[in-house]
Write a protein that binds this ligand. Structure first.
Ligand code: FES
Length: 66
C-alpha cells in the first residue's frame, strides 16, 4: 500500500500485523511479544521531505486484496 508521509514527522510502521491502525503501529506488538517471547518492533521513519512510500508485509492479512 502507498502512504503519504509529511516532512519531519515521525512515523511507526507496523511489522507484526496486529495493529488496529495498519499500516501504522499501535503498540499491539508489546503484549504479543510478552506472551510469545517474540521481538516485533515498528519500523521508524522520519522523512526529510513530503513523500509517498509503498510498504507491504506478509503479516498484514487484513490488507489483502485492498
Ligand atoms: S503493532 Fe505491529 S509493530 Fe507495533
Amino acid at each position: 500500500m502507498k502512504i503519504k508521509l509529511k516532512a519531519g514527522k515521525k512515523y511507526s510502521i507496523c511489522s507484526c500485523g496486529l495493529s488496529q491502525t495498519l499500516p501504522f503501529c499501535d503498540n499491539a506488538h508489546r503484549e504479543f511479544n510478552s506472551a510469545n517471547n517474540t521481538e516485533y518492533k515498528s519500523l521508524k521513519i522520519t522523512p526529510d521531505s513530503d513523500t509517498i512510500i509503498e510498504v507491504t508485509s506478509n503479516r498484514w492479512k487484513s490488507f489483502e486484496g485492498k
